[in-house]
Write a protein of this length. Sequence first.
Length: 711
Amino acid sequence: MKPDKITELHFDHVDKPISSDRRNFLKKLGGGIIVVFSIGELSLLKSWGQNTSEDLLNFNAYLRVKEDGRVDCYTGKIEMGQGVTTSLAQVLAEELEVSVYSIDMIMGDTELCPYDAGTWGSLTTRFTDPVLRAAAAEAREILIDLAAEHFGVSDEMLDVINGTVFVKNDPSKNITYAALTKGKKIVQTLTKKPELKKPKDFKIIGKPVISLDAEAKVTGTAKYSGDIKLPGMVYATVVRPKVFGSKKLQVDSSKLSEFEGVELVEDGNLVAVVHQDPEIANKAANKVKITWEEPVAKADNETIFQFLDKNIKENKVFEEEGNLKAGRDVSETLIEANYFDGYKAHASIETHSATCYFQDDKLTMWASSQTPFGTREQLAKTFDMPLEKVHLKQIFIGGGFGGKIYNQQAIEAAKIAKFSSKPVQLVWSRREEFMYDRFRTAALIKTVSGVDSNGKLKLWEFDIYCAGTRGTKLFYGIPNNRTRIFNDDNVHPFGTGAWRAPGNNSTTFARESHIETTAFATGIDALEFRLDNLKNENMSATLKLAAETFGWERKKQEGHGYGIALGEDAGTTVAIIAEVHVDRTTGKVQPIRVVCAQDMGQLVNPHGAKLQTEGGITMGLGYALYEDIAFNGGRMESRNFKNYEIARFSNTPKIECVFIDNMDSKPQGGGEPAIICVGGAIANAVFDACGARVNRMPVTPQRILEALRHG
């Protein structure tokens, strides 16, 4: 049944700022039941009206059952397309016994929401979900207590359905949450571990729910930073150098006289032009001539891997077991190979943007940021302002993938607004995005495997340059192994940072390519080889589900190949099996089918999990087959989607998502895991299809043809 009201991110509150002092904040709220809670440990009960201690102020989120029966949930997390607006509302509605469509999510507003470090790492569901459920269960018990007092019966005599409390043996005696909260103001923290529902009793958790913000997004009513319009607002265009890291030497703005109403802003290395018309601001900025001091290029996209190998020597052991020499001695076959992965752009549909204004001594901003509270801190530090004088308002974000953790555009917009004394909107161009959005780092992985005559892995050496440890803990049973990390952030020619499942894409590509290479060398089927060498039962079950769904034993068509890749991320085990067709004449790869099996623990919203999986796989096809940053030092040759290709509809295969039934366990991450296995599965499928082992992503036609020429 279509709901009467589709709940979306709730913007009614953004024009009613409340003091960031948390005690005053709670006092200024209207009537209702307010439950505050900490993402960590439960707090002690504090009754409203008592002398509350500072413990009451140490909370991460809270919910409020209002006098109209609707429920506000305030959290510092943000919505950037990962679907937590819906999944968090589901768990709250489940325990509170209300409709999911009666929940309003207020997210990331620094004056309305409690502090949160940021939205990344697929942490929201894993860590916010349990405490939201607990808070909702607490609120439900408070409301039942009020109803018991109202009817003069014990709590045991009452039940709740869809926000209405009724007497079990006399349903005519009932009262809504709205009626119970009228004229009351009750603030409590969690007093004990509430009695939560068992999975067998779930009515909402585990049921597919279409994203609650879907209607707003498809009808265009959803607001992003670039949609904000303010009286007297001007648009800013920043004058950029051609080379990242350049220093400004001299500015010639004489030709700005050709334009009426433009203003030049200079602050250190920042040079910008503002105007009420964004087109004029852009044209005028192109007339400003700046002399830049450019840094010397030390590497390009072809030499970067040798550069990393030569310049990074310090390392630390992440995981080690057994004896490497002993592993070599007992191995009948030793296989050594290096794997390479270039820089990748986040390529979010929405570029970095910020809209802001100063009023008196206060800064108000809407920014495309995964870290609104971190952005507030950066701005306060930049302008030497008290935190409470900086307000980041709630806004939708058009994709982040880790790229909107860093907030350069927010700092730039605020500086321009301060200088011009006008409201300012700054929206980066795609070219700016390709230079200043921090890239996923290039990576080199050196790998050695050893296997005995029975096909058992005995040796594993894994040296990782610039990809980190995420997802690298061995789930294969290899008695003699060592994983080392080589890293130096200062060696990269431009900014690098988090990129959807940071590093795990590169290391999973290397590990799973090498596992399949080792299986091929032993003459053992790739599926059988993995199952014989896995030590992780969850991973084995996930792989078996993927193989069964895919139909691993079915006959392949000419030119087609199958490839497997396994991985772990955010507490979730992943198995992907891909089918591709390779044209041996042109080297072109056409993905045909991808099956992704995951053990995500408790599946809160199967519909949302499917969407995140499909999105991760589609994005993964980009890094696996197409996306390659071309550069020479800080000079970026990849500037737009014309020369930085991402996956297109014509190249998107049939995607099938299956999940281990594990509703009795805790929920795990779902926004990132699927993407990590795409590169390895595609590379292995290409090898199976045509015999070309490509050790560098993306697996391009040119690299396939080169591998075929070299056998």
